[in-house]
Structures are given as C-alpha cells and as structure tokens.
Design a binder for this molecule. Structure first.
Ligand code: MN
Length: 225
C-alpha cells in the first residue's frame, strides 16, 4: 500500500537463537516492590503506565541526556516479552503459553517532572514516555531463562551499587500482572512489560556508565551521553 509518507520502522530486540522480537507496546508497572521508595504494601490493583515502542534504546549504546530535567533517574526492571496476546488471560497459563522470554530494562524517569505530575495529579508522559526512555537488552527466550521467579536485581552506576533487590519481592507477580493487564485491554504478541523497580537509584549525569542486571539474564550496559 502507498501511504502518505513512509510508515514508522518496526522496533525490535535481538532474541538469542530466535529471530528478532518485534516490539508492539511497552507497559510499565509502578510501585511493585516493598520498601520506602516502592510501595508500602500491595494495592488492590497494579499501577501501570506506557511508553511508545520508539523509546527503546538497545543494549551497549549511548543514551542522550534528555532536555528539560535536572533529575534523570534510571530504574532497573525485569522485562517480560509476550508472544501471545488475548483478553482475560488466566494467570496459571501465562508462564508457558504467553511469555516469549525475559530481558533487563531501564525505565528512565525524569524525577523532577514526575514529582510535579504527582503533586498536581497530572499525566506521567513527560516524566516517563520521552525519547530514549526505555533501555532494554536482548530477550532471553523463556526456555533458556531458568527460574526467573527469584534472583538478584541490581543497578550499578560507574561500578557503585545504586539499586539492589530480589525479583521474588515483586508485589504483583508476573502471571497476575499479565492477567490483570489483559482484563483492562487486549494484549498482543510483541507487548513488553517492565515489572517495576526496587528502590531509588538517584539521578545520573552525563558520562555515567549504567550496568543493570537480573540473575540469569544478559546485563544491560548504557552510557549517558
Ligand atoms: Mn519503573
């Protein structure tokens, strides 16, 4: 078909021995770990927001410092990649029927813009959905990933540990998160879900090297331009 202009290119992530994974949408879960910087307790339903697929930054690349902020804060998160969608997905079928694999992501956040939005009850896009706001590794297919229900999740900045936790501490586990999202809107193959972050890393600055890791998955190395 001839369009008025060239359609946007498909954003994809490498996936080891599999063919590349085409990214459809990016969901992000908020307040999904206990502690002072996360949620004190599990709420009645997960908090979520979205980023555009064009926000993806590939592993081992340089992330431009975004305009209009004094507080660029990285959040290390385990990322779930779906290869099957649907509505009202049963939680007990998520792991083997719907999950294509797992990755390590950074939910890049403008903390000053987020604090302002929270204070005024305004939308989060300015703080969360800006260009280059979703760094992500290649996807480790589910059959290579082993037991991902527990394991160290960590962020180092210039070699110093800034965030550390265990994915077993997620308040909303992956199966119930996927189930929940599928009750609110139809999910599709290619959807990514960032599953929340343990604690607050504090701001980063130009030249910093970020190393995000989740046990059993390829680490994510990002340099701030
Ligand atoms: Mn986050």
């Amino acid at each position: 078909m001839n369009f008025a202009f060239a359609p946007a290119p498909i954003v994809s992530l490498e996936a080891m021995s599999s063919r590349p994974f085409p990214v459809r949408r990016i969901f992000c879960i908020g307040r999904n770990y206990p502690g002072p910087d996360g949620a004190a307790e599990k709420g009645t339903e997960p908090v979520f927001f979205m980023k555009p697929p064009g926000a993806i930054v590939q592993n081992n690349s340089t992330l431009p410092y975004p305009p209009g902020t004094e507080a660029l804060v990285p959040e290390v998160e385990m990322v779930v990649a779906l290869h099957k969608g649907g509505r009202n997905i049963p939680a007990d079928r998520v792991d083997y029927d719907y999950v294509f694999g797992y990755a390590v992501g950074l939910d890049m956040t403008l903390r000053d813009a987020l604090d302002a939005a929270l204070e005024k009850g305004l939308p989060w896009e300015k703080a969360k959905a800006f260009d280059h706001s979703a760094a992500c590794t290649a996807i480790t297919p589910e059959f290579y990933a082993g037991n991902i229900a527990s394991g160290l999740i960590e962020l180092k900045v210039n070699g110093e540990v800034r965030q550390s936790g265990n994915v077993s501490d997620m308040l909303w586990k992956i199966p119930e998160t996927v189930h929940y999202l599928s009750t609110r809107m139809e999910l599709f193959p290619g959807d990514l879900i960032y599953t929340g972050t343990p604690g607050n890393a504090g701001p980063v600055k130009s030249g910093d090297v970020l190393e995000a890791s989740v046990a059993g998955l390829e680490p994510l190395i990002i340099t701030i331009a």
